[in-house]
Structures are given as C-alpha cells and as structure tokens.
Design a protein around this ligand. Structure first.
Ligand code: CA
Ligand code: CA
Ligand code: CA
Ligand code: CA
Length: 284
C-alpha cells in the first residue's frame, strides 16, 4: 500500500512539476530530431502526403509535435515552396471553433504583416483553417479546412527539470564544485552524464552567464588513455572548439575536459582533481 501511494505521489509530482515542458531555444545551434529540419531556430517537417487540416494536425501530434507555429513565416514559406508546388500548405491556426478569432494553435498571435492582402476573408463563409499559399505574398491565408494538401509539423523538445534546453539538448549547470570524476558520478545519479555539447559556443555562452567560475567540467577525459581525446560518448572533439595550443597536458597532469571562461575557443584539458562547477546532460 505504501509503495502504491508513493508511486502515485511521484506521478503527481512528475506531472505537475518535474516534467513540465520547457521549449528549447534553438537560437544558437543544435540539430532537430529526424525527420524534422531546422529552419531558423525551429524544427519543422513538411509532409509528403496531403491531408485535410484536422487530419494533418492529428498526424503532427502522432509525431510528437503539432502543426507549425512559425516565428519566421517568410523563412518557412521559402523552405516549403522550394520543396512542394503547393498551392496551399497547412500550418497551425484555425478559427473553426470561434469564427473570426485568429491565433496560432498555441495561442500566439498571427503577425499582421504575415497575412496576405485582405486576408483572412472567410471566403464563401467557409474558410476556417490557416495555410501559407505559394502565390500570396505575404503568404498567410485562411482556407477551407476540408481541402487535402501538404502540411508542416513542428516539434519542440522538453527537458526534465532541472535541465534546460540549449539547442536540441538538455543541460544542467551545477551549483556546487566537484572534481571531474565526482562530477561525472553526480551527473549519472541524475540520470545523465557529463555534457557532450554539439554546440560548444552556445553552451559556453549559457554557462558563463550563469556561473562565476573560470573553468567548468564537461564530458571528456584522457585519464585512461593519455593523449587520446574524445567525448565520453565517443564523439570527436571538434578541432575548432579547442582553445589555442590545447590540449597541452600542462605539467603532465591535465586529463579532464573543461570549458574556460577566458579561453576562446573555450575547450581545454585541465587537472581532474580540481573542484569546479560542471555541466550534466540528459538524453530525451
Ligand atoms: Ca473563418
Ligand atoms: Ca482566405
Ligand atoms: Ca592528459
Ligand atoms: Ca590545458
């Protein structure tokens, strides 16, 4: 009985708090999960099939996303109509439940400058769904929901607290200082590991805006194989991320990977036993 109650409590806590969705900022880099493509700082998928607006929305939701809410309509328009002829492609807006009230499906307003001239016009009294139209400029138009046409889905990643999204990755910057090995154990206890950032510069910007330390551990070491540097998941460390003349194994005793606030690029090998802040990453 106790375990059932505890389990329910955990479920309640998780659903209320720990797993609340944090939209990731893609502004500084990161990849989108396939088959989504990064456009600007968002992840979109242009369908290869045609569906009416409601079925299109369900298809996007089945993929873990929803119909697109583009922050940059002209950029999405350029992408879409480089791939399909159109003429119309569904995106995420509708007034079918509240005639004449237009917003994106997430509640965001539709920018006045994105609407095509004299749209939305609810033409024929039966246009309830949002599309971009190839020969309209600006391209946003209200159109007949039942028409089957291509559509654009969008996905956002969510990071479990206390992780935050940078690009398509979820990181946690520690509030305490530990040696590299202790830091790694701590990250693993949180369900992750030390960070393997796909965009070191983006992580660097975030980290040194949020900590005063000069060095911060990330996930790489040559302590088991001197001079052989990779991230702990086996990924190579990009040459352009290493600070000038690093790794230098200074004093013959630098075996752990850090980013350093006053190095640019920031990646450096440093003394594993030094206690400093660290960045964990969790896979989602
Ligand atoms: Ca309408
Ligand atoms: Ca219209
Ligand atoms: Ca070394
Ligand atoms: Ca060094």
């Amino acid at each position: 009985m106790w375990s059932l109650a505890a389990g329910l409590l955990v479920l309640v806590l998780l659903s209320q708090d720990a797993w609340c969705a944090l939209p990731a900022s893609l502004a500084t880099g990161g990849a989108c999960p396939p088959p989504f493509t990064k456009i600007g700082d968002e992840c979109f998928y242009l369908s290869d099939v045609k569906k009416n607006w409601n079925d299109a929305r369900r298809r996007c939701q089945d993929m873990g996303g929803d119909l697109a809410v583009p922050s940059d309509v002209p950029a999405l328009d350029a992408y879409v109509f480089g791939k399909v002829e159109g003429p119309g492609v569904w995106i995420g807006g509708t007034d079918q439940y509240n005639e004449g009230v237009w917003n994106y499906i997430n509640g965001d307003p539709i920018k006045a400058q994105d609407w095509s001239k004299s749209q939305p016009d609810n033409y024929g009294g039966r246009e309830g769904c949002l599309e971009i139209r190839s020969y309209f400029d600006p391209p946003v138009n209200d159109y007949i929901c039942s028409v089957e046409q291509h559509f654009v889905c969008e996905i956002e990643i969510s990071c479990p607290k206390p992780f935050i999204g940078i690009g398509m990755e979820c990181f946690y910057l520690s509030t305490t200082a530990l040696s590299w090995n202790a830091a790694r154990r701590q990250c693993q206890q949180m369900g992750g590991d030390l960070a393997v950032p796909s965009d070191v510069k983006a992580l660097d910007t975030y980290v040194f805006a949020n900590t005063k330390g000069s060095g911060v551990w990330i996930g790489g070491t040559d302590q088991y194989n001197e001079g052989v540097w990779n991230y702990i998941n086996g990924d190579p460390i990009k040459a352009q991320d290493w600070s000038k003349s690093q790794p230098d194994n200074y004093g013959g005793r630098e075996d752990c990977l850090e980013i350093r606030s006053y190095f640019d690029p920031p990646v450096n090998d440093y003394i594993c036993s030094v206690e400093q802040h660290y960045v964990c990453e969790i896979q989602v």
